[in-house]
Design a binder for this molecule. Sequence first.
Ligand code: 2BA
Length: 94
Amino acid sequence: MKLIIAIIQDEHVNKVIRTLMDNKIRTTRLSSTGGFLKSGNTTLLIGTEEKEIDTIVDLISHQTKSKKIKDGQEEVVVGGANLFVIDIFDHIKL
Ligand code: 2BA
């Protein structure tokens, strides 16, 4: 089993959650804040099987896009989504 931790920019998150729900993919939504820009984003926890990973990445990528933001004099490219995929030993539901 895998856990996808997906940090999504707030403007995309409703569309991302809707498309995941439409495809029967379970998710938990957490409010989060980027350490660098200190602005709000949303972290999704998605517990899933390995065979579903490519589908989920595709669904999320179709609903997000990166953007350029001015941070003082500098311009940073903020990803629409940053995904971490980790192995999960077990999922116990009580
Ligand atoms: P923030 O930490 O607010 O970062 C926003 C954007 O600022 C980043 O976009 C990146 O373009 C830039 N940035 C971040 N740290 C930087 C640094 N030390 N020096 C120069 N530029 C920097 P993304 O990389 O797309 O990240 C978007 C959000 O995803 C981040 O918001 C953070 O909440 C999360 N994130 C990204 N990479 C992460 C990681 N390795 N671990 C945990 N969270 C991460």
